[in-house]
Design a protein around this ligand. Sequence first.
Ligand code: SF4
Length: 373
Amino acid sequence: MIAIYIHVPFCKQACHYCNFHFSTNQSGKPLFVKALLKEMSLRKDEFQNQPVASIYFGGGTPSLLNKSELEEIFYHLNTTFDISSSAEITLEANPDDINTSLLQVWRNLSINRISLGIQSFQPHALTWMNRAHNNQDALNALRLIAEAGFDNMTADLIYGVPGVSDDQWMSDILALTDRKIPHISAYCLTVEDETALAHFVKKGTSPPVQEEQANRQFDLLIKILTEKGYQHYEISNFALPGMEANHNSSYWLGRHYMGLGPSAHSYNGSSRYWNVANNKKYTEALNAGILPPNEIEILSETQKFNEYILTRLRTHWGVNPNDMSDPFKSTFLEEVKEFIPDMIFESDGSYFLTTQGKMWADHISSQLFASEE
Ligand code: SF4
């Protein structure tokens, strides 16, 4: 079984913190759709016709695709790939795009999971982030999604945002738990290079992210969601029982996936490769009948081990030394001792981050990495 990721590289406006690949010029959307269909055809045999367990439309803003664009994409998906009848099909949406008729289109096309980019319910935070929606849009979207009968959805929140108090952060979390949203992803605000936010912080017009505030709000998040019955199954992801994301779990469990669209990454077990992050180069190549420029990284055994540590330590599946071979296994068993019991604990032979360890996940992983000989 494989997973398919489709990158839709258009947004209404640029959020200040965002470093994903997207364009705010939507005039290229029809050419992009045409190129995407061509990419599917050219790459249809890449994974030996394995059945597709999940499809994820990410971006960018996939909710900018209109009815006929989506219908064309789904027709092509269904006629090109062997999509499992139980496939999880997720579409990322921004709250201001949601309306009853679009939701009906999504349901008719067998989209069965919505990922709603709320980020915050605080008006000042949404303005500060330069989001295209306001808090009323988010509340309306949640209501319309429930009324349309989508029982599987996730909502994104961001913590550590300057000017958002702990009380406001708690009320954001409760706005979701009160509505029994089955899955919540919460990310720490980070200042990525070459974003508007990085520029503002450098100029001094925006305060830097306070690590203490972010740690406090992450702690509150874990406490509230755990009390409300959510399982903290990946460092940024929480689900009510049985509502974990199949697609994202594929990444964390090392399964194979095909990424379609500009900048999309693919993984086949031995290498990782990704399309050019440029809409014009992507569409020009495909509309001329050839695959777009891409880059490839063939993973060494050391890189595979390090990726295993990086992804699995963040999850509730943990790190199991039985998945490793020597010399990685013996080195890991020696080095992990340094983090026990404060940061890592052992249970049934696997190793997991403690609550304190979750605050330092990247640092701990890097300490456990093997180095190339
Ligand atoms: S809508 Fe999403 S992809 Fe687009 S700029 Fe904002 S955060 Fe980035």
